[in-house]
Write a protein that binds this ligand. Structure first.
Ligand code: SAM
Length: 239
């Protein structure tokens, strides 16, 4: 039995994340990540979101659009297991899936509307900038929240790493945070880097490498020194 469905993006997500490296593994881990779900025609009519303001959180069903061309495999190597053990693709939240679909709960702050534009201001997303949104649904705590459920390999949030800033980065931060769009920049950098985005095998030993994470139109340069992440410099972005 098979079915064909005309699935199209109802919206696109605008987020601070311009590359996959650095995006948290799940939503809600970096609340300082602010963005918008921008509805597309013909869905960009305010009637489609009438009443949505009654909810504090939304489910976003979306497409891992940057991974679609790589296809999928029956088993994957979850980063949580150090990339060594294999698990079935349906036993993980892998980004390489048969239909390439993901789902994330995000906080809804405000609904913005002007001629031809409906935008949902959100935070805490784990989505690449430009991600196509396939569906938007209100989060319903009585049925969606199951505190006693078994979480398998993902039973708890990742352990956080301390993040510090060099004198230079502190000065640069002060400059950037005077601009509205970078209001949450320090909290965003700390939230993202505290997840230590490096692959598991890199964390096992000393790692002198200088890393870069793209946030908004900035590149955050950082390295790991004695189990602490040091933000070395904040420079104009290249991605
Ligand atoms: N919460 C969703 C879920 O469980 O289906 C996504 C979890 S998945 C592990 C989160 C990762 O997806 C992010 O860390 C990022 O690397 C990747 N990602 C986010 N948006 C993407 C996109 N549009 N295309 C491909 N990968 C994406």
């Amino acid at each position: 039995m098979s079915f064909k469905s005309q699935i199209e993006a109802v919206a696109y997500c605008r987020t601070p994340y311009k590359q996959k490296f650095g995006i948290p593994r799940q939503p809600g881990l970096v609340s300082a990540a602010r963005g918008f779900v921008e509805l597309q025609a013909p869905f960009n009519h305010i009637d489609t979101v009438r009443g949505l303001e009654q909810y504090s959180h939304l489910w976003l069903v979306f497409c891992f659009h940057e991974n679609l061309e790589q296809g999928w495999k029956t088993t994957v190597r979850p980063p949580r297991l150090g990339g060594n053990e294999k698990m079935g693709v349906f036993a993980t939240r892998s980004t390489f899936r048969p239909n390439g679909l993901g789902q994330s709960v995000v906080k809804l702050h405000k609904i913005h509307q002007r001629k031809g534009y409906v935008g949902l201001e959100i935070s805490g997303m784990d989505l690449l900038d430009g991600t196509p949104i396939i569906d938007i649904k209100p989060y319903i705590p009585f049925s969606d929240s199951l505190p006693d459920a078994l979480g398998g390999i993902a039973h708890e949030a990742p352990v956080l790493t301390d993040v510090t800033f060099s004198q230079l980065a502190k000065q640069q931060l002060q400059g950037y945070q005077k601009q509205e769009m970078y209001l949450h920049l320090e909290a965003l950098i700390i939230g993202v880097l505290a997840q230590d985005p490096r692959p598991a095998y890199k964390k096992a030993k000393a790692d002198p490498k200088l890393y870069q994470v793209a946030l908004y139109d900035l590149d955050i340069l950082w390295r790991v020194i004695d189990d602490t992440i040091l933000v070395q410099e904040i420079v104009a972005g290249t991605s």
